[in-house]
Design a protein around this ligand. Sequence first.
Ligand code: UDX
Length: 434
Amino acid sequence: MGSTVTVIGTGYVGLVTGVCLAHSGHDVTCVDIDPAKVERLSGGTSTIYEPGIEELLAEGLERGNLRFRTPEAGWASLISDITFVAVGTPMAANGAADLTAVRTVTEQLAAAADRPFTLVMKSTVPPGTGEALQERYLASAKATIGYVSNPEFLREGKAIEDWYATDRIVLGSSSSADLARMRALYADIEAPVLETDVASAETIKYASNAFLSTKISFINEMANICDAVGADIDSVARGIGMDKRIGPDFLRAGIGYGGSCFPKDTRALDFISTINGYQFTLLKAVIDVNNRQRLLPMVHLARALPDLHARRIAVLGLSFKPDTDDVRESPALDIVPLLIEEGAEVVVYDPIAAEVELAEVERADAVWDALEGASAAIVATEWREFIELDWSRAASVMAADAVVFDGRNCLDPAAVRGAGLRYMAVGRDGAHRR
Ligand code: UDX
């Protein structure tokens, strides 16, 4: 028999949680303060771009075990045995996680609780938050509210797949009854379950993202060394990745990580360290390297083209990675203003991410329109369309002696060079020196 579940917040994490739990047969009510979102989702249209989500949404609505509500119905009627909090924790100006929404929702749930339930924190919150929320709001509630920290490790574009094929489920709680309830909820997922105290579960989330970011900044530093010594980062990454202690994943060099998690969570962890009187030197370097890596296209273009003024430059890809329309903290968005400052005429193209406000920039509807007359193309996102592009055709529409800067090391250098274009990348084959 399935559980009765409420998921508060239908952002990325909340919506994936809601549709997947419904797919597993639980009875799910998703709550969002935005009536427009609730209406759209109730009509079967997803509010995020995520492969497979609309199918699960349709399935849940049709079966009748998935519904969307606004809090207007009254919290008392919306609370379920298991109530997830999956609201946003955006980055505040000082780098800390902004917990306003988490606090508001927890306070409202505590005030409305008229029977015991389990509150499950899915939002990413700094270590110590769970304890503080319990003391401040839950302890004085009329009914007993159990607390479980259950961080998510979903990748955008692969979220549904990751939900079912996760490497682990982390549950942090001091209550064995609440832990048992959560184990039963996830019974259909074949993954090891790690049970810890609340603060450790909260820390695992930050530590995971900090470690993955460290791998990326490490390989990016190595790529820059490869450029200097004439080595090839692809071979180096393969060589070190064959060591089981290192592993082959997250060793793709490029113009740095973006997205809604790594930039926010690394800065939040740095903030948490600082306010606890500790200087997390390694993490600061990871963040620095990532900020610098985003400038790499400018460094390489300056070498290839003496003056960018009045030159047409195509930026291919706006999303922070392929298969998503998410442009949050995307390196491409940092590059565009720098090019404009140099007087370049910038044209951007992305297969999906269309809804971005960019001043003084031409938007192309097709990659060929973007490349027409361009002196350089910067591949900022490794979309399949770019990987499989006909570079001979590209060369025929681009300016003479044009440059391709492969910011994701995703193209075949021989195909680009063979088409008569100059090829530059990140630590590949000492390419910039040729
Ligand atoms: C990440 C984590 O993977 C996930 O577990 C967590 O819950 C949320 O953050 P996501 O942001 O969706 O997920 O993207 P991911 O695929 O991890 O990539 C993040 C960024 O790192 C992208 O900009 C990507 O281009 C970059 N990246 C990733 C690299 O530059 N090199 C790599 O080897 C891997």
